[in-house]
Design a protein. Sequence first.
Length: 107
Amino acid sequence: MNDCYSTASNSANAGLRIETTASSFFALPYHQLERVDFISANGTDTVTVSFVACTVRVTGKNLRRMAAQIVTQEVQYMRVTPKNSPPPEKNSACIDKIEVVEKENAT
């Protein structure tokens, strides 16, 4: 079980739910997915997910698998790893920050 994201058993997800706080979330439809970029440097992974209306930047550790699962539209939701969570296992993903930037002139 991963505290920061969840996947479906198949790739038939309609969208990606992003929990920005414990009390709010928004969902983006996968059919508006434009691009997924993954960069790992200096012990931090960055996944940038571009949709038609916005760009979502996720930073943390061990995010390569999550990025690949976004490409195949398997990720159902993502959220910042709760602060009260036990320390993550050695190779489990940990999301430190999620930033959402609206695109200008998005339709």
